[in-house]
Write a protein of this length. Structure first.
Length: 135
């Protein structure tokens, strides 16, 4: 029922972004995914910090969505949080992390489209080195 209500609110053009920011505390992953997507579309980054706790969510798809959203919204303070959670062993999450960092930092560390495990580990190290010098 909560998910249906979320979809209803998402369909309403005048639903305030704060409604979706409040829903980020819901335990249902689908509600979280919907809320994150709506915040990206509606809030111009103003509610971005509310997404930070989702970087550590138990469900991988929520972590990926949160990471992508922070990059899309260019949320200040997100880069060091993403850097601290770089996970080169998780292909999908690392792809989202790399893309988010590129947007947040205005820097492309490696143009690899689909790097293997070893290359992802190298890219993670390059990001950390870059951040230590420029962050």
């Amino acid at each position: 029922l909560r998910l249906k209500a979320g979809h209803y609110l998402a369909a309403q053009a005048d639903t305030a972004p704060a409604i979706f920011a409040d829903a980020l505390g819901d335990p249902h992953p689908q509600i979280l995914l919907l809320s994150v997507a709506e915040l990206v579309d509606r809030s111009n980054g103003l509610n971005g910090a509310a997404i930070f706790p989702l970087l550590d969510h138990e469900h991988p798809e929520v972590r990926i969505a949160a990471t992508s959203a922070l990059g899309s919204m260019k949320v200040g303070g997100a880069a060091p949080l993403i850097l601290a959670r770089l996970e080169p062993n998780d292909r999908e999450l690392f792809r989202a992390q790399n893309m988010a960092l590129e947007r947040l930092c205005g820097q492309s560390i490696a143009p690899d489209l689909d790097p293997n495990d070893e290359r992802r580990a190298q890219i993670a190290e390059l990001w950390l080195e870059w951040w230590n010098q420029h962050g």
